[in-house]
Unconditional design. Structure first.
Length: 245
């Protein structure tokens, strides 16, 4: 596991890695759902979670967490004593409610707290998060449609930055848009250009510290939405990690 993760990291500074045994045990838990276990191959949580640099007792916000796939994994990593805020707004709950009901059918997963909040008041506090992440939804900050609110990106990001502790990590995974398209592909194609995303996050005072190519796919068709059957689950995805000074 250590060799695999090390090969996936392109740039790393001051990451406090998990013990390989901890992450291996979390992913191998036989009580995890079959659907979650199948998703592991295409999402590579072994790499993503390692990049967060979290451990027991930490507090993490999983923003736009959907059905909570990552939240449950993170909860196992930070337990005992830690807490993962599984966040969704009303719009996200519209399609994630069934998956959430199934995940919480026997009670909340260890270390996980439902955190339903709208984007203008994420209620994350100040200086109390060790990490925050947005998986395949950073582009939604630049998307607006019926049923999805127009987001004040500066206010939204300001809330996250304020909530992070010094040294706290912010990680995003998203579908690559065609190079040079900035955020324009977010509206119709639900994609975003990696270079734009990095510059955008850095503009809010966070420092870029790491990335990984483990989810890249050079054969992706950037003219297609990630929901298109031709590319669903195999889009070219970037992983970027930032740190609060």
């Amino acid at each position: 596991m250590k060799k695999i993760v090390a090969a996936a990291l392109l740039m790393v500074t001051s990451i406090m890695p998990l013990h390989a045994e901890t992450l291996t045990k979390v992913l191998a838990d036989p009580d995890r759902s079959i659907a979650d276990q199948k998703r592991d191959a295409r999402s590579r949580p072994d790499v993503v979670i390692e990049l967060l640099g979290i451990g027991e007792g930490d507090r993490v916000a999983d923003i736009f967490a959907g059905g909570g796939y990552y939240s449950e994994l993170l909860g196992s990593v930070v337990s005992p004593g830690g807490d993962v805020l599984l966040h969704n707004n009303k719009a996200y709950l519209g399609f994630a409610a069934k998956a959430l009901d199934a995940r919480f059918a026997k009670g909340a997963p260890p270390g996980v707290t439902r955190h339903d909040r709208e984007v203008d008041d994420l209620d994350l506090g100040e200086g109390n998060l060790d990490a925050a992440m947005i998986i395949m939804s950073y582009h939604d900050l630049y998307h607006s449609s019926e049923g999805w609110p127009t987001i004040d990106v500066a206010d939204f990001m300001g809330q996250i930055v304020k909530a992070l502790k010094p040294g706290g990590r912010f990680l995003i995974v998203d579908h690559q848009g065609a190079v040079g398209t900035g955020s324009s592909a977010a509206q119709d194609l639900h994609r975003i250009d990696e270079a734009f995303a990095r510059k955008d996050v850095e503009s809010y005072g966070l420092k870029y510290v790491a990335s990984s190519d483990v989810l890249r796919n050079p054969d992706d068709d950037f003219s297609l939405s990630p929901f298109d059957p031709k590319v669903r689950g195999i889009t070219d995805r970037f992983i970027l990690v930032f740190e609060k000074p």
